[in-house]
Ligand binder design. Structure first.
Ligand SMILES: O=C1C[C@@](O)(C(=O)O)C[C@@H](O)[C@@H]1O
Length: 229
């Protein structure tokens, strides 16, 4: 999986209607499936491996995510359970997503990604606000132990959009994924690519986060701006 070569589109999925969603994702040109394991009907390791294998065999890159409940995850899992699930998905994933705030898991996941030669994506979400530029830069600096740094902030006004895109551009030497959430943040999910963001997240059917752009509309906009042929 080439990260940073061209704009990547990620589709967060749970385990419902998987065949149909994968078929639609393939026809739409989705690059990455984010397995939101916290949203699965079962968090048994063997089940997660089966789902991961199906997605891998369908030819997608995979982001393995077991989102903490503090940052929007649907299941309140113990650290040991989360680590077991990351280990289960790691044989199939290209990228493992862990929150900057989940500090107790960092050492294990850094080792897991190093041993299995996977990208570690360190993510940070604020569903209330967009921090100041200095605060965003501090989040980026603290996330620098990861291969990819992602932040998703709730956007309240146009100044928030400007800050997100400006900080993204100032850090374009790193592998950055920046997202403005909410209706006012939608523009960042396309424009972010021009400022150095590497991945945008979309949806088919139901969105999983505020301000996501549905895949057909997203592809249309990416094509309009010359980001997709
Ligand atoms: O962190 C992100 C970004 C996201 O929250 C979004 O705003 O599209 C969707 C999540 O599934 C993903 O893990």
């Amino acid at each position: 999986m080439e990260i940073g070569k061209y704009p990547l589109i990620a589709l967060p999925l749970d385990d419902r209607d998987l065949e149909s969603k994968l078929s639609q994702a393939k026809s739409k040109g989705i690059d990455l499936i984010e397995l939101r394991i916290d949203m699965f009907s079962s968090t048994q390791s063997d089940y997660v491996k089966d789902i991961s294998r199906k997605v891998k065999d369908s030819g997608f890159g995979i982001i393995g995510t077991v989102r903490s409940v503090e940052e929007g995850g649907l299941k309140d899992l113990k650290d040991s359970e989360r680590i077991e699930l990351f280990e289960a998905v790691s044989d199939y994933a290209d990228i493992i997503d862990i929150e900057l705030r989940s500090e107790r898991l960092h050492e294990d996941l850094v080792k897991l990604c190093r041993d299995k030669e996977k990208f570690l994506l360190v993510s940070y979400h604020d569903f209330e606000k967009t921090p100041s530029e200095d605060e965003i830069q501090e989040i980026i600096d603290r996330s620098s132990f990861g291969d990819i740094i992602k932040f998703a902030f709730m956007v309240k006004d146009v100044e928030d959009v400007g800050r997100i895109l400006s900080v993204t551009h100032k850090n374009r030497d790193k592998k950055i994924v920046s997202i403005g959430m909410g209706d006012l943040g939608k523009i960042t999910r396309v424009a972010g690519f021009f400022f150095g963001s590497l991945i945008t997240y979309t949806y088919i059917g139901e969105s999983v986060a505020p301000g996501q752009i549905e895949v057909k509309e997203l592809i249309k906009e990416l094509k309009f701006y010359g980001l997709r042929s």
